[in-house]
Design a protein around this ligand. Structure first.
Ligand code: GLU
Length: 427
């Protein structure tokens, strides 16, 4: 089988995912773009890729080297925007796809950003806080030539946090000689962070689910919900779902898979994770197999972990009415087709998890104006941007008779490629 990577020679020809998934999604939208389709190839070519060496002295005195990346996939509509991931599976292929999804997400929501992403291939759990600080600062310094408040603005992603952003902001600021709060978002409030940012992604997932439920006749109140991933996205979403009367019947994190048909006490599960680092040992639910987890009957299934989780084989067995993608790229294109055939609605990542970057946009605007909004103001604005995007994407899906994902890609690609065309090619 040949893998469609586009025509990029620097990618491993054997490893397909997830850039190949992104390319496939772009190929699927191309026939819907009319005259703009002549520009579509641009989305299969990341604008700029930086691979950096991140050397540090470890606590035991040895010297270690790690590989870091920053990919700016497209800058036609504004500065790059997207998170930084610390995870042992980070690769150039993955960061390219994640950057591509940021281009689509930002355009689909109408945010004035291009798409970017970064990462360092490490398992952050195996480092001391002092080592993590050194890795973060050296990585920031290395990518300092391409980031900046009006160039490319990183944010947290899997394995990074407010603390990571504080170190990144400080390192960049020290290098440029003045405090530049707008260089990253997802910072602590004391450093120019925004109220509501930490919850933004999970809150947005719940808004997307609610909007889908209204149109499908599947109310959140009383719904059975399964959540894969119990971090900043899955944990917050599970809590808000429960506050809105849903029953979270199963949870999975990297170490445990648990179910309780009566509904899991989410605040208790969150407290357990805060104390012990994972769901292992949580007594408010019983352990189930991974196979059983994916086959649970539910109204909403929320993959909120890593990409490529909803595989063809799992898609054949899932018994959810609606999948709401909290993670980036959790569903493979082949699985998408099966879910479509089986009548399972998928609310795609580029819409469902856009609450995080939307509040990042608010943070960036607040930093520029040095004027800060109330949490209520943030949540109201998030709500209105998400609902407006949902409406437009839903309508396009109905009019064009395509999936919600393709509809989101149509709207986003039209915006990105119209900007590309109007700017013209230089020289
Ligand atoms: N990492 C988040 C995402 O994948 C947020 C990115 C941001 O706020 O820039 O959407």
């Amino acid at each position: 089988m040949t893998i469609n990577h586009g025509s990029l020679s620097y990618l491993d020809p054997v490893r397909a995912e997830p850039w190949a998934s992104f390319v496939e999604q772009i190929d699927r939208v191309a026939p819907h773009l009319g005259d703009l389709a002549r520009w579509v190839e641009t989305l299969k070519h990341p604008k700029r890729i930086l691979v950096v060496d991140v050397p540090i002295i470890r606590d035991d005195g040895t010297i270690a080297h790690y590989e870091g990346y920053r990919v700016q996939h497209n800058l036609s509509r504004g500065p790059g925007k997207g998170g930084v991931r610390f995870h042992p599976a980070v690769s150039l292929n993955e960061v390219m796809a994640l950057a591509g999804w940021m281009t689509i997400k930002n355009a689909a929501l109408g945010l004035p950003f291009g798409g970017a992403k970064g990462g360092v291939r490490i398992d952050p759990r195996t480092f001391s806080p002092a080592e993590l600080e050194r890795i973060t600062r050296r990585y920031t310094s290395e990518i300092g030539i391409v980031i900046g408040p009006d160039k490319d603005i990183p944010a947290p992603d899997v394995g990074t946090s407010e603390q990571t952003m504080a170190w990144m902001m400080d390192t960049y600021s020290m290098n440029v000689g003045h405090t530049a709060s707008g260089v990253v978002t997802g910072k602590p409030i004391a450093l120019g962070g925004s109220l509501g940012r930490q919850e933004g992604t999970g809150r947005g997932v719940c808004i997307a689910a609610r909007e889908a439920g209204i149109r499908m006749g599947v109310p959140i109140s009383g719904a059975r919900i399964v959540v894969q991933g119990f971090g900043n996205v899955g944990g917050v979403a599970a809590r808000i779902f429960r506050e809105n009367g849903a029953r979270v019947i199963a949870l999975q994190d990297a170490e445990a898979t648990l179910a309780n048909p009566a509904g899991i006490d989410i605040p208790a599960a969150l407290a357990h994770v805060a104390a012990h680092g994972s769901l292992v040992g949580f007594t408010g639910a019983t352990s189930v197999s991974d196979d059983d987890f994916w086959q649970l009957e539910c109204e909403y299934f929320v993959p909120a972990a890593l990409e490529g989780q909803v595989t063809l084989e799992r898609a054949r067995r899932m018994r959810a009415r609606i999948i709401v993608e909290g993670a980036n790229g959790p569903t493979t294109p082949a699985a998408d087709d099966i879910l479509h055939e089986r009548g399972i609605l998928v609310i795609p990542d580029v819409l469902a998890n856009a609450g995080g970057v939307t509040v990042s946009y608010f943070e960036w605007v607040q930093d520029f104006s040095s004027f800060f909004w109330s949490e209520e103001e943030i949540n109201d604005r998030l709500e209105s941007i998400m609902v407006k995007a949902f409406d437009a994407i839903w309508l396009t899906a109905k009019e064009r008779k395509v999936s919600i994902r393709t509809a989101a890609f149509i709207i986003a690609c039209q915006r990105v490629l119209a900007a590309r065309e109007q700017r013209g090619l230089y020289p």
